[in-house]
Design a protein around this ligand. Sequence first.
Ligand code: SF4
Ligand code: SF4
Length: 88
Amino acid sequence: MELTAKPGSTIKNKTGGWRTFVPKTDYKKCIGCGMCAKVCPESAITMISDKTKATGQKPKTNYDYCKGCGLCAAECPAKCIKMELEEK
Ligand code: SF4
Ligand code: SF4
């Protein structure tokens, strides 16, 4: 079987250019649960330290890899991620 990409090369495939819609997070409503980071198929979301949240963390999105699939917005329990049409 031929492979279309070499194993371990995901980091080189920046999928941000595929995006039509972009997720925008309302950090005031975010409860820092980390669900968005768990469901993101591109691992574009990482949780970073935020002492103002009860969980001590908040999400940070790397837009080089976010392909705009909307899974994070669909699964966010606080409904604080909105998908917006990206201006290019
Ligand atoms: S829209 Fe999709 S690819 Fe982008 S951060 Fe959300 S889950 Fe990840
Ligand atoms: S899923 Fe929603 S509430 Fe949870 S960390 Fe992500 S943005 Fe915040």
